[in-house]
Design a protein around this ligand. Structure first.
Ligand SMILES: [Zn+2]
Ligand SMILES: [Zn+2]
Length: 449
């Protein structure tokens, strides 16, 4: 991860391709990246490109391993409980089905999508794209598969599931003796394979192999300055899926929307075009970014109240019924001696959602008022929010496993409470809020030096 390959703004190397930063929209000339080197934006320090030796072959190997592990993970039980000589076991799909039968279908859909469907799309999408390339053929509909892969990487949450399973194991070990199933280990391996594949995968290398041309934006003569500092001000647009810089149909005055945030002189339609390479929607700035962010955020704030006040879990046993809120679950873990897990669950389920709501609210407010305050710090906050938000799903997975396993009619039964749905909605809504916020708004009011 050398930093020596940092791009130089307005460099003078001959025929260097021009790229735009996906976070702050600054145009810059690309400099050569050594193997395992990183190219960073010279203004906001966002990672523009990371080069790996043998990227595509390594990705294919990891993805094939992930496919096998996915099958094992879903065919075998994850955990079992031994009570009075009986062994109750559950697979991941079993947990999804129990929640569905309990009438918690939004929750079971969320768990099915994030732990089974999206990881499968991640692994299969990579194999679909890379295996034909390895065999010297062209993958069918590479553009659509590539965009699906992008969505799958955003919503596949195997790493959070693993942590959730560990918390569930500790909670279950207070009830009865726990038997770990083969799927627990293979889910762990699946997580590692998917993470390795995602970090080694080089989308630019893929598109270069597919199209046979280097990934270069519109040509500028080397040595001359750009007509303007940002891509939008030059009438260009960077694709958020594949990173291609394209010139959008030049200023069409027919559209009345004035990009006051961009440059008063540039008027462009809301959806200038589709990316010529991967077919994704291109827009200078995400459409109605702030309005959408606020809508998701306000809905999340409203749902945050029932998520914390109502019970997430109803436990009924011989000793009576008990309703647990998120906070009382944390207190239970703390008092029963597993304080590291109590801290973990508190951070994931209470602190992260609240801080995320505050952080996105702050970013959206400062963009609303066209603030020029500390854009690099705000860009950092945005990156942390994107990175950390998914970990709040932890409690949802814990509840799913407990509900699936603790079903001893007379002795003890665990059911998901209404707060679980509200809490799942808060996590999804804050993720949508962060996705609809356009980080380029942070930089738009600032004139680059
Ligand atoms: Zn940047
Ligand atoms: Zn594209």
């Amino acid at each position: 991860m050398s930093d020596t390959a940092t791009s130089t703004y307005l460099g003078h190397a001959a025929r260097t391709p021009v790229i735009a930063c996906h976070e702050c929209d600054l145009l810059q000339r690309e400099s050569a990246v050594p193997p395992e080197g990183v190219l960073r934006c010279c203004r906001c320090r966002a990672t523009l490109y990371r080069r790996h030796a043998n990227s595509l072959d390594r990705t294919l190997a990891y993805a094939l391993a992930a496919c096998v592990l996915w099958v094992i993970s879903n065919a075998f039980p994850i955990v079992g409980l031994a009570v009075n000589g009986d062994l109750v076991e559950t697979t991941m799909f079993g947990a999804v089905r129990v929640l569905y039968q309990d009438g918690m279908w939004p929750l079971s859909a969320l768990i099915f999508i994030t732990t089974m469907l999206m990881p499968a799309c991640q692994a299969l999408g990579l194999v679909w794209l890379l295996l034909p390339l390895r065999l010297g053929r062209t993958p069918y509909r590479a553009d659509a598969v590539f965009r699906t892969l992008r969505v799958a990487q955003e919503w596949g949450m195997t790493e959070v599931l693993i942590l959730g399973l560990l918390v569930a194991l500790v909670k279950l070990s207070h009830i009865a003796s726990v038997v770990t199933g083969p799927a627990l280990w293979s889910f762990g391996a699946l997580m590692l394979m998917l993470a390795a594949a995602a970090s080694v995968f080089d989308a630019r290398d893929l598109w270069m192999r597919l199209e046979g041309v280097p990934d270069a934006g519109p040509a500028f003569d080397s040595g001359t300055a750009f007509p303007a500092a940002t891509a939008a001000a030059c009438g260009m647009c960077v694709c958020h899926d594949c990173g291609l810089l394209t010139r959008v149909a030049s200023a069409q005055a027919s559209d009345e929307r004035d990009y006051a945030n961009v440059h008063a002189s540039v008027r462009l339609p809301m959806h200038p075009a589709h990316c010529p390479r991967c077919g994704a929607h291109l827009h200078l700035r995400k459409p109605d970014s702030l309005a959408r962010t606020w809508a998701c955020l306000i809905a999340a704030i409203i749902l945050y109240v029932p998520a914390n006040v109502l019970p997430v879990m109803d436990t009924s046993s011989l000793f009576g019924a008990q309703k647990d809120t998120i906070m009382s679950g944390v207190v239970y873990l703390w008092t029963s001696g597993s304080w590291p897990l109590a801290v973990l669950v508190f951070i994931a389920s209470v602190a992260v959602p609240m801080l995320k709501i505050l952080a996105i609210g702050f970013l959206a407010t400062s963009a609303n008022f066209h603030s020029t305050w500390q854009p690099d710090q705000r860009a950092r906050i945005y990156r942390i929010v994107e990175l950390v938000g998914r970990w709040s799903m932890l409690d949802i997975y814990v509840i799913a496993v407990l509900t699936a396993l603790v079903q001893f009619n007379a002795l003890a039964t665990v059911r998901a409470g209404p707060a679980a749905i509200a809490f799942g909605a808060v996590v999804v809504l804050t993720m949508f809020a962060a996705m609809s916020f356009d980080p380029r708004l942070i930089w738009d009011k600032r004139q680059p030096e």
